[in-house]
Design a protein around this ligand. Structure first.
Ligand SMILES: Nc1ncnc2c1ncn2[C@@H]1O[C@H](COP(=O)(O)OP(=O)(O)OP(=O)(O)O)[C@@H](O)[C@H]1O
Ligand SMILES: [Mg+2]
Length: 363
């Protein structure tokens, strides 16, 4: 069977790699000639709104999916008229706009940080009465890796923030003083069965995910599962979905969803019975889902901007390296490594060690 993927980055690459043992092949559509998934899948090099290219992709596959969140709505609608597309485009539509996303959480009675939609400068003053300060002003769409966001700590920072972000639909949210950030990843099939991965605890640096750890048996697992189940069922979702959450004194506040495989679930390749990538393929192809249970304790470290020396990363026998073969560029995710241990204690040491070794970059 063949899968068409809109987007040819590392997520598509890892989906394609997960498909190989099952005899599955992927074709990716990406505007870039050096899309890193093209090393392990066929590439159609075209813009996301090139209808002839979308047609060419969809004609040669059994199902179309996406790894890139900013696919133009009309491209998805075009595909949907004629071909099976999973996850459902309504999920993408929701995730593309932070206001839709937050309204969905509210509708499903999932707690969220206080927020207000902002279209004009005058609304900001009013809004901070609700959100308080500090608050974070964000573009409603097209943001990723913390881009399009400004933290406001004082009233007098509003003019400057508006100068940078104004003119586009915005949202302002209370800046939550969280104890930790977690995410839950789940997979739902066409029959509505849902399998949940253990929570992942995520540490960001300058708005970008730095490392993530699996949390088997976390005390907030059940609550997170309830929340993501509501979203999956509401959207009649098929495939892998991630829900990012803030843990504030044991209460979970929803931040955002990602209607795709997620960076905080990369550890599932070695740290779960069946990875998020394989389970996404299984779900969209209507194959039986695989076990999501953790195998030991895992942590994943992102390589951002530069790749460390391969031999140094592999210096610990429990480390698994993933080099996406992308050109190094500041702020760009170009690889990751996962370390797995028998106990949480061993994992903490191994993670520290990995982070230290990963900071030794290739000369
Ligand atoms: N309301 C908030 N309170 C506290 N921290 C926040 C808030 N919103 C965002 N952050 C911090 O900024 C990070 C990035 O924000 P967010 O997830 O909303 O944006 P993003 O650009 O879509 O990120 P990504 O695509 O990498 O998930 C969060 O993971 C969190 O660390
Ligand atoms: Mg996020």
């Amino acid at each position: 069977m063949k899968i068409g993927i809109l987007g040819g980055g590392q997520l598509a690459r890892m989906l394609a790699l997960a498909g190989y043992p099952l005899g599955l092949q992927c074709v990716v559509l990406d505007p870039s000639a050096d899309a890193c998934a093209a090393q392990v899948a066929d590439l159609i090099q075209a813009d996301y709104n090139d209808q002839a290219a979308l047609h060419e992709l969809a004609e040669q596959v059994d199902v179309v999916t996406f790894e890139f969140e900013n696919i133009p709505a009309q491209s998805l609608n075009y595909l949907l008229e004629n071909y099976p597309v999973y996850p459902p485009p309504i999920a993408l539509h929701t995730a593309q706009d932070r206001l839709n996303e937050k309204n969905l959480f509210r509708q499903l009675q999932i707690p969220v940080p206080e927020f207000v939609a902002i279209d004009r400068f005058e609304q900001l003053q009013q809004a901070i009465v609700r959100t308080g300060l500090p608050a974070v002003l964000k573009t409603r769409s097209m943001g990723y890796d913390g881009k399009g966001q400004i933290v406001l700590r004082h009233q007098n920072e509003m003019t400057q923030a508006w100068r940078q972000l104004g003119g586009r639909p915005l949202i302002i949210e209370s800046l939550v003083g969280f104890d930790r950030e977690v995410s839950i990843i789940a997979v739902r099939n066409r029959a509505g069965d849902i399998y949940y991965y253990p929570l992942s605890e995520n540490t960001h640096y300058r708005g970008i995910l730095h490392y993530a750890q699996s949390c088997p048996d976390d005390h907030l697992q059940a609550r997170a599962q309830d929340y993501i189940k509501c979203i999956l069922d509401e959207l009649n979702y098929v495939g892998v979905l991630a829900l990012e959450l803030f843990d504030v004194n044991g209460e979970l506040l929803a931040n955002e969803i990602a209607p795709r495989v997620h960076n905080s679930g990369h550890w599932t390749i070695e740290g779960a019975e069946v990875s998020q990538f394989e389970n996404h393929l299984r779900a969209i192809l209507d194959l039986p889902l695989g076990d999501t249970q953790a195998v030991g304790f895992s942590a994943m470290v992102n390589f951002i901007g530069t790749m460390p020396e391969t031999a140094i990363v592999l210096g610990d026998a429990n480390v698994h390296l993933h080099d996406y073969s992308k050109a190094p560029r500041p702020g760009r995710k170009i690889g990751h490594a996962t370390v797995r241990s028998e106990t949480q204690m061993e994992l903490s040491d191994a993670l520290k060690n990995l982070i230290t070794r990963a900071s030794i970059v290739k000369q």
